[in-house]
Design a protein. Sequence first.
Length: 405
Amino acid sequence: MISCRICETYIAPFMSFGKMPIANGFLTPDTYDSEYFFELAVGYCSNCQMVQLIEQPDRTKMFHDQYAYYSSISKRMREHFQKMVADIFARYPVSDNPFIVEIGSNDGILLQNIAQKNMHHLGVEPSKNVAQVAQDKGIQTINEFFDRHVAQNIASKHGQADIIFAANVMCHIPDIHSVVSGIKYLLKPKGIFVFEDPYLPDIIDKISYDQIYDEHVFYFSLTSLSHIFNLYDLEIIHVIPQDVHGGSMRYVVAQKNAYRLSEALVHQKQIEDQKKLNHASTFEQLRQNINGSKLQLMALLNDLQKQTKRVIGYGATSKSTTVINYCGINSHHIEFISDTTPIKQGKFTPGGHIPVRPYQAFSNNYPDYALLFAWNHKAEIMANEDAFSNSGGKWIVYVPSIQIF
Ligand SMILES: [Zn+2]
């Protein structure tokens, strides 16, 4: 039992995935002995409905100087953020000389679209090496964890913000009260806070349990988010469902009563109400579905192993860590995982210790099967890899169900 990070109600886990390493903790054999594990379990709050991790590792173990995720590597993500900025500016025109802030600005993938317009901007990024990449590109960035104190410093130096962005960041921050309080302080009376995160109903519908890992402390719904924003006199005014990351939601938040609520928001609220996110049975069903997905995937991988088929993994994603360790996938099931991220290549996956090799290890010697850990980019990847399919290679996908293409 822990107390809810939002409202302090006691919550119990509805599901444990067992001992789990840090999702981004790619390592070399000399550090296997000191590899860090914690219990990955999730629960939901019967009062505010926030689904959250029971235990979370120390943030310094997750976001450190070796943090391996650089957003700009993915072309699809670069295009996504370019379009996100264009859409927001079209719907919410800003005043002359606006000030734009981004929380968790990574390597500047989103803010570069603002910097190109010569707009006053500031990124707040806790990972030093990632922040440095943004600074080198000429994107104004401070190396901090965003909280109320940092928000006050920004406001006193730069003034209040017209738009605050946060993409795949809010769900990472355990002390969300300090962040929301900081947003409240930093936002102009007609300012907007735009953020995107995985959406709980998508995880339930798609059984995409690989969204559950150490960095994602919260699994948001409209209901649970409305509860915390309400505590700070903020409200969600608009939502736009997104298909990046396999199902996420873009939320637009403003000072209470500053804007009319959109029809899309009202519609999404109706959809969500039918999902029964306040019922224990919903989460018991999810637990059973996740277990069923694991049994099916392992039956397939064990069968392919018996047939001595060559299977490799495609994309050493953070998400894959939950699947590999929860299902018990090892280097007997998959020979290696190919990944284009140089910092991961030559290392081994957290917990499962499966080798990570460059993309050419896949493309120079096609396997019989490729287990698609980057399933959220399925369409883009399959289109680019028709030579693999033409060679007789098959894809294994496990979300929303175990399928072979
Ligand atoms: Zn709560």
